[in-house]
Design a protein around this ligand. Sequence first.
Ligand code: GLU
Length: 428
Amino acid sequence: MEDKSYNPFKTAQKLFDQAAELLELDQAARDFLRHPMREYQFNIPVRMDDGSVKVFRGFRILHNDARGPGKGGIRFHPQETVDTVRALSMWMTWKCAVVDIPLGGSKGGIICDPHDLSLLEQERLCRGWVRQIARNIGPLSDIPAPDVMSNSQHMLWMLDEYEAIHGAKYPGFITGKPVGMGGSLGRVEATGYGVMITVREAMKELGINIQNTSASFQGFGNVSQYAIQLYQQMGGTPICVSCWNQEDHKAYSFQKKDGFDLKELMSVTDHFGEIDKNKAQDLGFDMLPGDAWLEQDVDLLVPSALENQITGENAGKISQKVKLIAEGANGPTTPDADIVLTDREIHVIPDFLANAGGVTCSYFEQVQSNTNYYWPKEEALGKLDLKMTNAYVDVSKFAKAKKIYMRDAAYMISVDRVAQACRSRGWV
Ligand code: GLU
């Protein structure tokens, strides 16, 4: 259920404040990093198919670009708010820093539900977003990418509009482009695979054989689908997935106690990642309430939907069997829930570490686009594995050495890297 009092930006600031305290950061650095460096909010008028004009609200927020151009996705969501975009832009700064890629943090959004828009209306909306912001973003300043409900086709329309405005080809303007049109092989898999690479490393460390484990996932979009694919390839057993149902305006959990095969679930899923209720039940899935994914008797939980999902109220419902949580989504766990998870000694792979695979491959895409030379898939995925493994090991070693929670360790490493970049530029 939606919690109206929850403010993701307040959570992001609170988590930052904790890290700043642990790092004994000076006041100027705290003041600088607590808020985004730049924010844009604008109207996007769109001519609808019936001839009327509808005005959408758009955002682009650059949290920090001390380590390199801003980087981050554009979310299409009916409940998008400026504070959500602010929080997510800050999390992008920490995400790029934790995997040590030379990029800063940004986020964009449009208040809309693409389910309600025809393809032509979506195209006009994408082009409209770029027209409003084309002079404030670019391949050397701030680079967008796909995110919640936006995809490679949207990215290509945005690129085309940007290139039309600036009168030349700028393939490095945006990432998550279709393969063959400047996209990188491995980009669609990258976020989900990245999550599972960190799970693999964590299980190694915890002495758990992945082949004897089961897992439950929240969300069935790009992140979950590829996380499940790699998890199955590594021998794990997925048993439950929760998924949003547009018609009923609520989520359901689809479960097979002995495990399911990703392919069978994909065969009853549309391109928005929505599972057909009736067809799934025909395939033998049990349909449970939306939050049942959290209560499964599994070893691994992978929240890969939206922020604010594991809270102080529901964290107590997590099964005693759960040993590991890998946060595929951004900000799925609230600080109150963190207290419960720490008490329970559940090993948490924090969001901006676990889901950094997407932006890491976006960085590879930019390198390829800027040099106009494209790598084989194995090369992109091999480099992704190396980056994710190194980042996981760095955070985990630091957490152990300092005897601190994984989230605090990830924050300390990232905030320190970004603060140092600001300091060496003479900003603080
Ligand atoms: N939207 C993804 C994220 O939140 C990817 C961002 C990117 O590729 O720039 O990490």
